[in-house]
Structures are given as C-alpha cells and as structure tokens.
Design a binder for this molecule. Sequence first.
Ligand code: TRP
Length: 340
Amino acid sequence: MTNNSKPLLLSGIQPSGNLMIANYIGAIRNWVDLQNQYNCYFMLADLHAITVTQEPQDLLKNCYDFIALYIACGINPDQNTIFVQSHVSGHAELAWLLNCYTQMGELNRMTQFKDKSQKHAKNINVGLYSYPVLMAADILLYNADLVPVGHDQKQHLELTRDIANRINNRHGELFTIPEPYIAKSGARIMSLQDPNSKMSKSDKNVNNYIGLLDDPKVIMKKFKKAVTDSGDTIRYEPETKPAISNLIEIRHCVTGESIADIEKNYEGKMYGHLKIDLAEAVIEFLQPVQERFNQLRQDNTELNIILKRGQEEANKRAETILNKMRQTIGFIPNIKNVCL
Ligand code: TRP
C-alpha cells in the first residue's frame, strides 16, 4: 500500500468542533498536494481532543466526520495510511517514555498551554499540560521526516526536535529529527467576524467560520454577514484592511487566482460583490466534497475498512520503533517475543 523509499510525512487534526474552510486551506489542501511525494500518515488526533471536555456522542460523530472529510477533500485512502491515534496504543506508551525525557521548564514555556488554560480555566488537566509530549510521541513513533503544521504548532515541533536530539545524544541515533512544513499562503485564515483572531473550528460563534459541511444558504449568509474594513477599495493590505485581505486570501486559496488578479478584477467594485462572488466560489468548491462525504457517511463500512487497514499499517511501524526504545531504556524485551 505504501512506498517505503519515500520520506515519511505525518500530520493530524483534533476531532473537536467542526472541520472548516481554514482547516482545508491551512492543512488538508497541503496534505493533498504532498501525498504523492511522501509516504503519508494522516492521523485523527482523538487522544489530543480529550484534553478539553468532550461529549462522548459528539466526539464519536466528529471522529467519523473528520475521517470522511479527509477523504472527501482528496486524501487517497489507497495510497496513504489514514488512522485514528487511539487505535495505536504506542502513542500513549511513547508519550509516557518521552515525559521522562522532558523538563517541566520546557512545558512551562508552551504558549498554547497558557492560552488554553485561560480558555478552559475550569479544566486545566495534566493532559493539557503534557499535550506537547504526546504530540512529540505521535511524530517520533513513526520517525517522521516532515510534519505539516500550522503556525501555532511550531513551538511544539521545536520541542519534539529537542526531545529527539536529547534522546539521540544520550542513547545513540534512535529518532529522526523531524522538519516542520509550514505552508506559505493560507496559513493564517482569520475569523469572519473578527479579522484579528484566527478562524477556529472550536469557535462558539459559528458565524466566525465556514464549515466544510455548511449548507450553501448558510455559507452565503455567513459571507454576507462578514465584517469589512472602513473605506471601499478592495485591496490586499493585511495591516490596514485585515477583513478584506482575509476575504481576498480565502478567494485566492479556493480558486487559485493570484492576489493581484483578484485586486484587478474588483477594481471599482464594492465589498458586497466580493462577498457574494466568494460565497459562490466556496459553495461550488464544497459541493463535490459534501457529496462524497454524504456517500461515505451513509453507512460507515467503507470508512471502517480504511481505518482497519490504517491501524494495522500504523501499528506495525510504531511497534518496531517502540521496541527499540524499550530496549534502549533497559527494559526486559516484551516477553512474548522471547524464545523460551
Ligand atoms: N496539535 C495539533 C493541532 O492542534 C494536532 C496534532 C496532534 C498534530 N499530533 C500531531 C499535528 C502530530 C502534526 C503532527 O493542530
């Protein structure tokens, strides 16, 4: 199924909130572009999702929805390993081992922990704190070469590299040092109602984002309601025109038109024109995605087959690396593999 001579790419998204246009533009679109060049492992980060409170039924629905959307957006399940993090117990095990090679001082510096503990002040659990170590485990468990992430995850990737280097220095070359892949365009799609904060799938206000499963009417309404800047020219100037620049950026990412062409096409036109045209472009783009999604979600058989294959593939690779780590530490080798 996979080609092992290619470098390994691993990435994942947490199944919380609604998968939305910024996840497509900032993450899944790049996965689709990279899937031919790399041996790809696309993970559903469900263990990460429970660091904030989740309703079990919503979580289960989200897990299937997200996997179906990976595929509907163009990830080829015959060519890539698509799997669920909790289906490979090595993630949790390696996270423990890495915990013992990570300093509290390092975790204290993580800005996402600070942000999230403010946002979830009633549930600052230990998992939220050691989340970056679990993420390091996700990556090192497969000896990933390349890890596509958003800007907000750069610090976690730095930590992953530090932990890997530390273990390699102490015990010999065990882990590949992963490279981050941060896409140039579309990495910062902003909220439709507040262009100074990022578009987030966990936003309480659904008008802030366009869900990949939003109805065409809803998409039109959300774009029409999107805030704009003062003035009336349609120009890409993120500093002075953050709202309009964001709409231009979304259009650029969805249609592939250059920013300069978009500016030229909208010379002398009004903000409203840009909004309506953009809504139409997004609706057109999402129509086949939603169609494929609905097919996959009608009954989950096809998805379960894909996930089963993914689990087997991921587990096989993870076990090899975990065994080396266990041995390196000085544990008695797994007794079921010892000839007696
Ligand atoms: N923490 C990432 C995010 O919130 C998701 C994630 C978990 C991930 N494990 C990963 C991304 C491993 C890349 C590689 O976006």
